[in-house]
Ligand binder design. Structure first.
Ligand code: SF4
Ligand code: SF4
Length: 133
């Protein structure tokens, strides 16, 4: 099993599931990006789309009620470091038992996003929505 920082594992156990966020301790190694099953991770300064790595296309209403064009390019969330699109992050629910970005990050800077607390059911519904299940 990949290593997850003890503090992070304890936090996950203690709290509700939530999306993951990358802190400014990121060293831009790029290890997390290819591990994300939802293509929710982007390199700093990269544009991103809901359609990237998902089955979403055209105008859609996300499970959280937000109406978006999945094919539209969006501005980078960070110009400096890798970032996670919270709307696309399911904490890897539906694919893996644990967040893959956190498992591979060499500096433990992929941590639960306190501003995006979601139930396991919500995260699974988000995953099913994005992958046409
Ligand atoms: S927790 Fe999983 S879905 Fe969320 S950004 Fe990390 S690898 Fe992607
Ligand atoms: S694995 Fe960690 S340090 Fe490397 S790019 Fe991702 S968040 Fe940054």
């Amino acid at each position: 099993m990949p290593f997850i920082g003890i503090k992070f594992a304890a936090k996950l156990e203690k709290e509700n599931p939530m999306a993951i966020i990358i802190t400014d301790e990121c060293i831009n190694c790029g290890a997390c990006e290819p591990e994300c099953p939802n293509t929710a991770i982007y390199e700093g300064a990269d544009d991103w789309r809901y359609a990237d790595g998902t089955d979403l296309s055209g105008k859609v209403v996300l499970p959280n009620g937000k109406a978006v064009d999945a094919n539209e390019t969006n501005e980078p969330i960070s110009d400096e470091i890798y970032f996670i699109v919270a709307d696309k992050c399911t904490e890897c629910k539906g694919f893996h038992d644990e967040p893959q970005c956190a498992a591979v990050c060499p500096v433990d800077c992929c941590i639960p996003d306190e501003d995006n607390v979601e139930s396991e059911e919500t995260l699974l519904a988000k995953q099913a929505f994005m992958h046409n299940k």
